[in-house]
Design a protein around this ligand. Structure first.
Ligand code: PMP
Length: 338
């Protein structure tokens, strides 16, 4: 018999899949590291387990303990899976702008979710961030994960994602492209690959409305770069401790529209039903086409699954309301011309 003892053991060893149509204008080979094959449907399972294991080793998390994090998304899913199998409680704080589905998904895997108001400053006692911190202080035997500054996040990618890509490409990778948020994926994976071959180029994809690219390029925190944007999971209004900016050769910004439109194209043209940030990653790579040559082997990380975005990127009405989908193309589809 061949089986895994529990679901956590199925994390990692995700496939690398060649792209054909959406990157047909690029001269090189483009391979997607499809991370929705993880049990929580995202790359964040890797770092969630790692952060829990390190907390156990360091004595922050003891049997029967409570995991606390401010999250509504992929990290919460990974932490919740770890909590189920390892016998911890999970409490997540989130904001009232998150969809009910996201909250229900976390509850489905046993987490308690506390919904906090969106329109308050981070240091307001009612913010999801402050509530998570306060709960961690008040609840005995609890551990506040803090994925932004917890360096086990980037270590997970140094230990797993990097070696997998190196091995899967037989060391032939020339470029790594990663849409970036906490910085864990790009820093950990990029550092490992550069240690194997210092010529590997690491390109990070940021969102308009985020200060990360400007910080990388100038070393300065420029708050004038920061404004609301729609793309989920990437970009920040501060620089998390997981970044080592020296690992990143180039930062490229992508608009909300270009990321969303490209995610839909990846689903339709490659049959890979990806999340929003995978669209941003490919859109960003295509903006950098002039830097690529035929012998290049580019690996792009696809962070999560499209099912999380059915009410958004994959909903025509949502796309039209934001000017991401032109009305004529929908009419064409309805009339059978599209
Ligand atoms: N895409 C999605 C969908 C994510 O959830 C995240 C995590 N915030 C990222 C990209 C960026 O990954 P990282 O936090 O490792 O930079």
């Amino acid at each position: 018999m061949k089986y895994f003892d529990n679901i956590l053991q199925t994390i990692g060893h995700t496939p690398l899949v060649k792209l054909h149509k959406v990157t047909s204008d690029l001269p090189c080979t483009v391979l997607a590291k499809v991370e929705f094959f993880n049990p929580g449907n995202s790359i964040k399972d890797r770092m969630a387990i790692k952060m829990v294991e390190v907390a156990e080793q360091q004595g922050y998390l003891k049997p029967g303990g409570t995991i606390i994090e401010g999250t509504s998304g992929n990290t919460g899913m990974g932490l919740a899976l770890a909590a189920v199998i390892k016998g911890y409680k999970c409490i997540f704080t989130t904001t009232d702008k998150q969809s009910k589905e996201k909250i229900d998904i976390l509850k489905a895997v046993g987490a308690e979710v506390i919904v906090c108001p969106t329109n308050v400053e981070p240091d307001d006692p009612k913010s999801y961030y402050s509530v998570a911190k306060r709960l961690a202080k008040e609840i005995p035997n609890s551990f506040y994960v803090n994925q932004y500054d917890n360096l086990a996040n980037r270590d997970a990618h140094y230990e797993q994602t990097g070696p997998e890509i190196w091995e899967q490409t037989g060391g032939k990778i020339t470029h790594l492209v990663v849409a970036t948020g906490t910085g864990g994926t790009v820093t950990g994976t990029g550092k490992y690959l550069k240690e194997q071959n210092s010529a590997v180029q690491v390109w990070a994809i940021d969102s308009y409305g985020s200060l990360l690219k400007k910080f990388h390029d100038t070393g300065k925190i420029d708050m004038s770069e920061v404004y609301p944007y729609i793309t989920e999971g990437i970009g920040e209004d501060f620089v998390p401790a997981n970044y080592d900016m020296s690992v990143i050769d180039l930062f490229e910004k992508v608009t909300d529209k270009d990321g969303a439109v490209m995610a839909r194209r990846i689903a339709k043209e490659e049959g890979i039903f990806v999340g929003y940030s995978a669209g941003s990653a490919i859109a960003g790579l295509k903006q950098l086409k002039h830097l690529l040559k035929p012998t290049d082997v580019v690996v792009v990380v696809f962070h999560d699954h499209g099912s999380r975005y059915v009410g958004k990127v994959y909903n025509d009405q949502w796309m039209m309301e934001r000017g991401f989908l032109d009305v004529r193309s929908v009419k064409d589809i309805v009339s059978g011309r599209g």
